[in-house]
Design a protein around this ligand. Sequence first.
Ligand code: FAD
Length: 377
Amino acid sequence: MASPLRVLIHGGGIGGLTLAVALARRGHTVEVVELRDELDALGVGIIQPSNALHVMREIGVLDDCVRAGFAWEVLTICDPAGATLAKIPQPRMGDAPSNNGIPRPALAKVLGDAAAAAGVPIRFGTTIGELADDGSGVDVTLSDGSAARWDLVVGFDGIGSPLRTRLYGDRFRPEYTGFANWRVTVPRHPEVQGVVMSTGNQAAKALLTPITDELMYLGAVFAEAEDFRPDPERAHEELAERLAGFTGPVAEALRDVTDPRAVVYSRISQVTVEEPWHVGRVVLAGDAAHASTPHLAQGAAMAVEDAQVLAESLDAEDGVAAALAAWEARRRPRAMWVQSMSRAILKQETGNATTPEEDELLKVGIPGAAHVLVRPY
Ligand SMILES: Cc1cc2nc3c(=O)[nH]c(=O)nc-3n(C[C@H](O)[C@H](O)[C@H](O)COP(=O)(O)OP(=O)(O)OC[C@H]3O[C@@H](n4cnc5c(N)ncnc54)[C@H](O)[C@@H]3O)c2cc1C
């Protein structure tokens, strides 16, 4: 597109901030509205696989991410007692590391600092109030009463996306999978030099993920009733009860978990917007459009790829409508593959019946998926 655009991003999470930096560095005028009062994030970690790190390099923050995190190259599979079953080198995309574990607050800071350096204002504690798209622009009034006209509004507002409800009503709602993720940050054990996945115990799997030189997180998925919430007084004990069959490094990590407040519990849901991801000049991206279960550690990676490809499409195409169509044509197949594959792995690992289509996907497996995902997006 020849002339710079004015783009409003609804949501200053991982995808929204990545898009803000990508667009601002290309000369577009960008603003972010974020409901929270600051760029805080859950105090647990996240894995940035190589394709996400490739995007971080494109927006100029790869070194900052690696400095704030723990880059690693080899996935170790163990039995429940911690005996090594396999060591699987992980592929790289270009010269980005194959993976980087990073505390979520550290990633939020890297992206927030990059947005500030690119001159992007972030309005905290603010959301979209009124929105009117007349075909040639979108008039938006924010909850703080300010109003402006934008060429494009992007909803990077997460799995619960209020913008999705505004555009599509209740047609695409998050679907609870019946499983929840328990995570807790603990001191890193020196032998944890990459993700250590302990499997094979009562269909459960536990992951140790290094996120800094000093820290790693323990994560595990279990079937939980939709209305279950950990007991705030003994969440750490409830987690230990669920992991009772694991000895070895998982049990050692659990010994460091003494504070119930340190345990982060997240129900696992997914959502797919089955209609076009844009309505006029308002578009959804990241979890708002296609949230997956975390079984490939690719949700945020898909969000940042969405951001990078959207910035590229707006540059390459003539007009916003053409750019949004070209963007979705590139993004939907890959995001849907990740979603289907992640769901199939969840079912397999938890002993649930899989469909013939899922059986086909599972032939690729987690190691094969990593190779698929380092191909150009
Ligand atoms: C247990 C678990 C583990 C995971 N592990 C990984 C992993 O290792 N690697 C990986 O790549 N992905 C992982 N994911 C997925 C990843 O967290 C998400 O896919 C990613 O955060 C999506 O980015 P996003 O920008 O679309 O949404 P988010 O990061 O959720 O950001 C949405 C933002 O919108 C804001 N917002 C919401 N409503 C409004 C509003 N009304 N107005 C303004 N702002 C609003 C929110 O406050 C938030 O800042 C995991 C997910 C779970 C549940």
